[in-house]
Design a protein around this ligand. Structure first.
Ligand SMILES: N[C@@H](CCC(=O)N[C@@H](CS)C(=O)NCC(=O)O)C(=O)O
Length: 234
């Protein structure tokens, strides 16, 4: 199977959860919007896909085209890749999805620290609200989410559902993103077992190779995890 991923070309975002799964599966894929427009890429290709006649149409990226299937919603795409490439144990499919959706919730809350009022507004136009939202996220939510994953790992061992799954890749990305955006808060609140889990995933050969490659877009201030020092309130 040769996959086509449609995602915003300048940021990791939720597309990164799909990229990590494709990289771990060693599947070839075209990151379509990162191609030049002259080669059918760019944001134009993504917008054309969003406006296209997939059934149902996709509401938002990431979108994965797999043969004649057009899939969106990150957790749906990962469920598909988990089944197709052994990235979720067959007897733990729903457990894997359950954890993935919790990671998705945490990612949405991390995004809302810098865009608490509206995604269509600039950060600079919601700075004061962002400070309030981030204070709550940093003091309450990081510890609650990561404390939950600490409990899961205490139960299951090295991997979230006992054996390796796409949810491990996504937890890695959540932790990497939180460390980028909130280094002081993460130093204060991240459980050691969750950091050790992050490091194990980062050391997986295909993931390590990917992270060192230019396919991995660096964290930046267009993405979900942004390093605004004023929001990192340890
Ligand atoms: N629940 C969806 C959320 C998708 C989403 O919010 N995508 C962002 C980029 S990461 C987007 O472009 N959203 C456009 C919009 O919501 O209008 C998922 O997990 O895939």
């Amino acid at each position: 199977m040769s996959y086509r991923l449609y995602y915003w070309p300048m940021l990791q975002g939720r597309g990164e959860l799909v990229r990590l799964a494709l990289e771990e599966a060693a599947e070839t894929y075209v990151d379509v919007a990162r191609l030049p427009e002259a080669e059918g890429g760019g944001v134009a290709a993504l917008l054309a896909m969003l406006r296209g006649d997939a059934s149902p149409p996709s509401y938002a990226p990431p979108i994965l085209v797999a043969g004649d299937q057009v899939l969106s919603q990150t957790a749906v795409i990962l469920t598909y890749l988990g089944d197709a490439h052994g990235l979720a144990p067959a007897d733990r499919r729903l457990a894997t999805l359950q954890l993935q959706l919790t990671i998705s919730d945490a990612i949405s809350e991390a995004h809302d620290t810098h865009h608490p009022i509206g995604t269509g507004l600039y950060y600079e136009d919601q700075r004061e609200a962002a400070k309030q939202r981030a204070a709550f996220f940093v003091s309450q939510r990081i510890a609650k989410y990561l404390g939950y994953f600490e409990r899961v790992l205490a139960q299951s061992g090295d991997h979230l559902v006992g054996a390796f799954s796409y949810a491990d890749l996504s937890l890695f990305q959540l932790v990497a993103g939180l460390r980028h955006a909130f280094p002081k808060a993460m130093a204060a609140h991240a459980p050691a077992s969750v950091i050790a889990h992050h490091d194990r995933v980062a050391a997986r050969p295909r993931i390590a190779a990917y992270l060192a490659s230019d396919r991995r877009i660096p964290f930046n201030e267009h993405g979900i995890f942004r390093a605004y020092a004023e929001l990192d309130l340890a």
